[in-house]
Write a protein that binds this ligand. Structure first.
Ligand SMILES: *Cc1c(COP(=O)(O)O)cnc(C)c1O
Length: 409
């Protein structure tokens, strides 16, 4: 038997069925028409943002990183809840504005922006987080050509990273941002060019569960921003401190203590010199905001035995939930929290069962040797923590089964 990650708080059962948004999972499948299905709980999104705001300093702006979940209805809900969106492509720019987020509250990071994307961002009034000096020069000439003053921030590749982070995005040689040493010169060029100077974007990593690690990163990030602004002799009106807040996926994972993070950040910002009293600081989060609000539902098609191991074959798989299969940036495969939605709360059997997707590849495993009630054809399997990096971060074209359905409830 292998352990599973913890089922996120807030999921309960009634009459043996998992409830999502107060209604049985099977009801949502009926409404959507079929499995596989992602169900996103809108009330959980509301509650999550409210909890974060309560924990963070009042002056801190909360941004949503669209790539975590770009489903239209989710974006519309998030647009009504947060202070800005962070995007990473021209496609996400269209989705973000269609969801009702004003371009002035959108910032666009990502290496390799093409001219069309840069132009769309400038003309619509989104902020470009510059990832190279060359990108600055291209933005400037596109601004001149279109007659629109570009809003430009600099994405800094910091000299530190987020300790214990699932995915390192800063520290040392990286394709992201501009090495800190080259930043002051570029800032002076931006200010002199007449473009709108929009400050720094510093993102040092993702999926951290240790408050100490996040606090250390945020303290270093604020200090770096101040140091770079001073060196450049520029004002700092805006500063995006990145994100990195993780959620528990695996056995033994504990939730991040956001109260501790918020208190420490409050102290850090309080201690800044008066020149930064009006700086608008922001954090940008994806998975922490939406990850636990999503459940992936998939139906059992077959149950079979091979050399004593029970394989439960479902109608979904890694083409929708790559991360749960262990193939999205994790080193060792471990089990996400999984349940049998129509036997929720039943005692697990003593028999280990492995839940596999329907793709012809041995890596398509949604759960390995887990303790769950005995499953049969027709049962409904729920994979939790499916709200972030699920549908949009999985190879839906692989093997031709097509994408999953998605609903916000
Ligand atoms: C992916 C990404 C995020 C969101 O990361 P999460 O782990 O989902 O919070 C934020 N900022 C940038 C620059 C990113 O690339």
């Amino acid at each position: 038997m292998k352990a599973m990650g913890p089922v996120p708080a807030g999921y309960t059962g009634s009459g043996g069925e998992l409830l999502i948004g107060g209604h049985p999972a099977s009801q949502w499948v009926g409404q959507a028409g079929a499995t596989p299905l992602f169900v996103y709980d809108g009330a959980m999104l509301d509650a999550r943002v409210a909890r974060l705001r309560a924990a963070m300093p009042q002056r801190l702006a909360i941004h949503y990183a669209v790539k975590a979940n770009p489903f239209g209805p989710v974006l519309e809900r998030m647009a009504s809840l947060v202070d800005g969106f962070d995007i990473a492509s021209g496609g996400e720019l269209s989705l973000a504005t269609a969801a009702g987020m004003p371009a002035a509250k959108i910032s666009f990071a990502g290496p390799g922006k093409d001219d069309g994307e840069i132009e769309a961002a400038i003309v619509q009034g989104a902020t470009l987080n510059l990832e190279s000096v060359r990108e600055f020069e291209r933005a400037l000439s596109i601004g001149e050509r279109t007659g629109v003053r570009p809003r430009l921030a600099v994405r800094v590749n910091p000299d530190f990273d987020l300790k214990g982070s699932g995915m390192k995005m800063g520290g040392g040689a990286k394709p992201f941002g501009i090495d800190a040493a080259h930043v002051p010169n570029l800032v002076r060029r931006i200010v002199d060019s007449g473009a709108q100077w929009r400050g720094f974007h510093i993102f040092a990593g993702s999926q951290a569960l240790s408050a100490d690690a996040v606090i250390e990163m945020q303290t270093q990030t604020v200090a770096l921003a101040v140091r770079l602004a001073e060196k450049a002799g520029a004002e700092l009106a805006h500063c995006n401190l990145g994100g990195g807040f993780g959620i528990p996926y695996f056995p033994g994972d504990e939730p991040l203590d956001i109260a501790a993070v918020g208190d420490a950040l409050g102290e850090t910002l309080e201690a800044l010199p008066a020149a930064y009293a009006k700086t608008e600081f922001a954090i940008e989060l994806g998975r922490w905001l939406v990850g636990q609000a999503g459940v992936y539902l998939t139906r059992v098609l077959d149950v079979k035995d091979s050399h004593g191991e029970t394989f439960v074959v479902v109608d979904g798989g890694l083409h929708h939930q790559l991360a749960a299969s262990g193939n999205f940036g994790t080193v060792v495969r471990r089990n996400y929290p999984v349940a049998v939605a129509n036997r929720f709360g039943d005692e697990p059997s003593g028999e280990p069962q492995s839940i596999v997707g329907r793709l012809c590849t041995p890596i398509d495993r949604l759960a390995e040797k887990v303790a769950l009630p005995i499953m049969q054809e027709g049962d409904l399997v729920a994979v939790f923590c499916a709200g972030a990096y699920g549908a949009s971060a999985s190879p839906a074209m692989f093997l031709g089964h097509g994408p999953a359905r998605e609903i916000l409830v």
